[in-house]
Design a protein around this ligand. Structure first.
Ligand code: PEP
Ligand code: MN
Length: 351
């Protein structure tokens, strides 16, 4: 059982509840979060006078475990939280936030070409991996610092916001100055030290769902980041592992309207990892927008067949442009808009 304190409660009010619990012989543990504090009751035997606890000043509610979603929950009528995507765009507003780019940053020329192409087609952010989580230690692991420098050049050339992955706590300080948004990948969704670390810094965080994580585990991972002090979390559905073989992962799109119902965080969809097949990316992008996604994450490369990673699920610039065009009617019917962007984003106004 936990006592959830009102976000405005003072330390004295928290201590008062702890004293009340001590008085009835219950040991407790206080978790002080940036969003709100909670008090966990330990070793409870027998009945508890919940009403008495709930009457204490600044107690929001007393709830049974499992621990509910607090910071990431949507209160009635509350709009989706808008997260900055660099200085010129937002995720979670009326405009869809389309993030695109290569799986791995391979070369300066390559990333500049891809950045120009995706900006021209209407993406608002470039996503490319400089630190790459790979299944095999024998696969390319990313250019690391050099990759970050290439991304910075692409940002300078196009004005696109930069999204790139951090895989461990030590990366956060190294990647932070080069990125507008830090990505926590599927493999790290359960890495609570990393979640806390990205929660303690200011850059927004793109949190990908673990491929075997439940929705509750996914939202609790977001809760870690928020309780550490960073409210700017973008959720990303990227498919879960099932028995299916015709796709790399099964894209669980029902999570989108369910997240919209219970959480105020923006949620985007990654149909590239979500299917693993380039020909499925556009139809699943349409479906994602139709069911309420706030944006998309799409892998794009000038020559997908020659990509160093994830070529099978990667679109070329023409395919990406066609995907963006095809999204328009779906966006319109859902009351959303695509951002209109020039290559240099000089006239871009995505806010
Ligand atoms: C990626 O985004 O390139 C990636 C490795 O994705 P995921 O963490 O979803 O597997
Ligand atoms: Mn990839």
């Amino acid at each position: 059982m936990i006592v959830v304190m009102d976000p405005r409660s003072s330390r004295d009010q928290v201590d008062h509840v702890v004293t009340l619990l001590d008085g009835i012989g219950i040991r407790s543990h206080v978790i002080t979060g940036a969003a709100q504090s909670v008090i966990e009751l330990l070793e409870v035997d027998g009945e508890i006078d919940r009403a008495r606890l709930e009457r204490a000043p600044m107690v929001d509610k007393v709830v049974d475990k499992p621990i509910p979603i607090l910071a990431a929950s949507r209160r009635p009528g509350e709009p989706t939280w808008e997260v900055p995507l660099g200085p010129r765009a937002l995720m979670g507003g009326r405009k869809l936030g389309i993030i695109a780019g290569p799986c791995s940053v391979e070369s300066e020329r390559g990333v500049l070409e891809i950045a120009a192409a995706v900006a021209d087609a209407g993406a608002v952010a470039l996503r490319g991996g400089a630190f790459k989580p790979r299944t095999s230690p024998y696969s390319f692991q990313g250019h690391e610092e050099r990759g970050l420098e290439m991304l910075a050049l692409a940002r300078e050339a196009t004005g696109l916001a930069i999204v790139t992955e951090v895989m461990c706590c030590r990366h956060v300080e190294r990647v932070g100055p080069h990125a507008d948004v830090l990505q926590v990948g599927s493999r790290n969704m359960h890495n609570s030290p990393l979640l806390k670390e990205v929660g303690r810094q200011e850059k927004p965080v793109l949190l990908k769902r673990g491929w075997s994580a439940s929705l509750e585990e996914f939202l609790l991972a977001a809760e870690y980041i928020m309780q550490a002090g960073n409210r700017n979390v973008i959720l990303c559905e990227r498919g879960i592992r099932t028995h299916e073989e015709y796709v790399r992962n099964t894209l669980a799109l029902a999570v989108v309207p369910e997240v919209k119902r219970i959480s105020n965080l923006p949620i985007i969809v990654d149909p590239s990892h979500g299917t693993g097949q380039a020909h499925l990316v556009a139809p699943m992008s349409n479906a994602a927008v139709a069911c309420g996604a706030d944006g998309l994450l799409i892998e794009v490369h000038v020559v997908p067949d020659r990509a160093w990673s994830d070529g099978d699920q990667t679109l070329n610039p023409d395919q990406f442009r066609a995907l963006m065009k095809g999204l328009e009617p779906f966006a319109k019917v859902c009351g959303r808009e695509l951002c209109s962007v020039t290559p240099a984003m000089e006239t871009a106004e995505c806010l």
